[in-house]
Structure formats: C-alpha cells, structure tokens
Design a protein around this ligand. Structure first.
Ligand code: FE2
Length: 340
C-alpha cells in the first residue's frame, strides 16, 4: 500500500483508539519488519497531536526449533520495557502477546495495540463502532455464563466449566488504560477452570489450524479430560498436530486455552487463501466461527505459561451458554450480535 493510504488507515485506527493531543504513543518494531506501517503510525499520531516516537529493536537472531509465543526481543532490554511502561499507548508491530514484558507494560497502565497483519487486510477490516458494540454484547453474555457446551455435526460434544477466569474481548482498537487489542479482530473468549473441560472436539475438514495457517482436510478428534488433552487421533492433520505439540516437550502444551466465537461479518473464512503469510486474525474473527485453543491460559491469569499454542477456528458448530443457544450451526442467534 502507498504511504498516504497507510497513514489514512492508521489515522482511523488511532482515532478509534482514542489517541489525543499530548498523549505519549510509542511505535515498537524490530529489524526491517513493517517499517512502512511504523512510519504511517508516526505520521498519523503526529496529525492527532500525540507525542510519538519509534522504538526499533534489532532483527531477532536465527533460532532453531518451533515458533514460540511469549518470547520477544524485549526480554533482554529492561530499559526499553521501562520506557514502554511510561507510554499512554504502545503500537506493537512485533507481536508481544503472552510475554512477561507485555503484561508489565499493561500493568503500568499503557494500552497496547498489536498490528502485524498485511496492510491490505488491516485496510479491509478497520475497527468500527458497530463492531465494537457487537463484541461487547457478546462479552457481556459470556462473562455471566457458568457453562459452555459446544457441539457439531462431526461429533464435537465438549463442556467448559466457566466462571473462574475473566472474559476478554477483541474488537481491533483500544482506548482504555492497560487494555490490549489486536487489529484486526472481532471475537470474545474466556477460559475454563483449570480442570474444567471434558468431552470430545472433532476438528472438521475446512476448520483452521493456527499457526499452521492451514485448512484441515481430515477430521482430528481430541479427547479432553479434566482440562487436559489425553488423546488426539485422525489422519495426516492429526499427526502433524501431534508432532508439533510433542516438539515442545512440555506437558502444559496439552492444556486447554481460550474458547469463544467470532463476530465480524466482513471477515472471510477463505481469508488464508488471500493472506497465507498473515497471523490468521481474519480466521479468528469470521462471523459465527467457534474457536477453541490449546496450551497457555496465563493471558487470562491462569498458571499455564506453555509456549505451545494452537488456535482452531471451526465452522458449523453450535455453542450454548448455560443451555441458551448463542451459535447454531455456525450462525449467531442473538440479534445484537448479528450483522445489521
Ligand atoms: Fe490464541
């Protein structure tokens, strides 16, 4: 995208994120990644009268093994973390999620917006007030639930015991102190009690494995007992998931992470065919998907801090909260969560 268009979408983003005159906004990048986006955010923030600077970390050294969440170049830079804690807002172009550093920055009151998807996707899925309202309705309903049940025509039947961990919402912008969000995003999630997931999840053809960024072709059947995955079986896709999870050599990787549903009618299930190099935020957000995840729950305040994390948005599921139907066969049933 040319710089002026990028500045326009960043201006929209920072406005939706409540950036005001004299606010301190830091854009965080590393290496040569997303420098055009960093420049656009700097220019947009300046237009709003914010006090901007760009903190650029070096390119990470090549490491062996699987991509891990929660490991960032800030870990060896406590002075940089201190500077970020003093900001009103940090624009994260690195992907700090699940890192101790992100938690420290939020705890100090700085809000964080992560933007790592390709610019054309950022432009297509701009945050809107309507989307935020819709997500907040979902979060309100989810936060009151004590039990979630998910079923599917392929044989999923799993129960999450809720009420222990908070409900989180992502709507693609952030204007509250200490709040994190990710652009683009439109979904709600929470986590079960640590021993509170039991049943079977059958990931069906067309469902999505993130961070593999692939569509499942053969069913994968997960058996879950007391919050732990005790069995994974199926064909090639199941073997790939098992091999990936084993590579972390971490029993905590078999825990159950966040669970919820997507709310953006503009997001497309086939999005990975257009942006195969992205992080899959479009897939997490498409309207009526039900997404379960495996691995850490420290984002919600839980004890599981494993680096082994998969997000798995599924189609055509039904989701019930305390026996009220929220999603039926992949369609949101609550009027306030439907696209107007
Ligand atoms: Fe996740």
């Amino acid at each position: 995208m040319e710089l002026n268009s990028l500045i326009d979408i960043c201006l929209h983003q920072l406005t939706m994120s409540g950036v005001r005159e004299e606010e301190k906004v830091v854009v965080l990048s590393q290496g040569r990644e997303r420098l055009d986006l960093a420049d656009a955010f700097m220019a947009a923030g300046q237009k709003l009268g914010a006090r901007m600077y760009h903190m650029r970390l070096p390119e990470p050294l090549p490491t062996s093994g699987a991509w891990q969440v929660g490991v960032t170049g800030l870990a060896s830079n406590p002075e940089a973390v201190e500077a970020l804690k003093k900001a009103d807002m940090v624009v994260d172009l690195i992907f700090l999620l699940f890192s101790d550093e992100q938690m420290a920055i939020q705890a100090a009151g700085a809000r964080i917006l992560t933007a790592v998807e390709p610019a054309p996707l950022l432009a297509r899925l701009l945050p809107t007030k309507e989307l935020r309202d819709r997500v907040e309705v979902g979060a309100e309903i989810l936060s009151k639930a004590k039990m979630m049940r998910i079923t599917s025509p392929h044989g999923t039947d799993v129960v999450y015991r809720l009420g222990v961990y908070p409900t989180m919402s992502e709507y693609g912008c952030t204007d509250e102190p200490g709040r994190w969000d990710h652009w683009p995003a439109a979904f709600v999630f929470t986590g079960a009690a640590d021993d509170g997931v039991d049943g079977r999840i059958v990931v069906a053809p067309g469902d999505v494995l993130l961070p593999f960024n692939s569509y499942v072709r053969e069913p994968i059947t997960y058996t879950i007992e007391k919050g732990l995955i005790v069995d994974i079986r199926g064909g090639l896709d199941a073997e790939l998931v098992k091999s990936y999870m084993e590579s972390f050599n971490d029993p905590k990787g078999y825990g159950m992470s966040h669970v919820g549903w997507g709310l953006d009618h503009r997001a497309q299930w086939h999005g990975l065919t257009q942006f195969p190099g992205g992080m899959g935020m479009e897939l997490r957000s498409f309207h009526g998907n039900v997404m379960f995840s495996t691995g850490p729950n420290n984002e919600l305040g839980g004890p599981n801090d494993t680096a082994c994390h998969l997000d798995i948005p599924m189609r055509n599921c039904s989701l019930f909260l305390d026996d009220e139907v929220i999603v039926e066969d992949g369609k949101l049933m609550i009027r306030e969560m439907q696209a107007r």
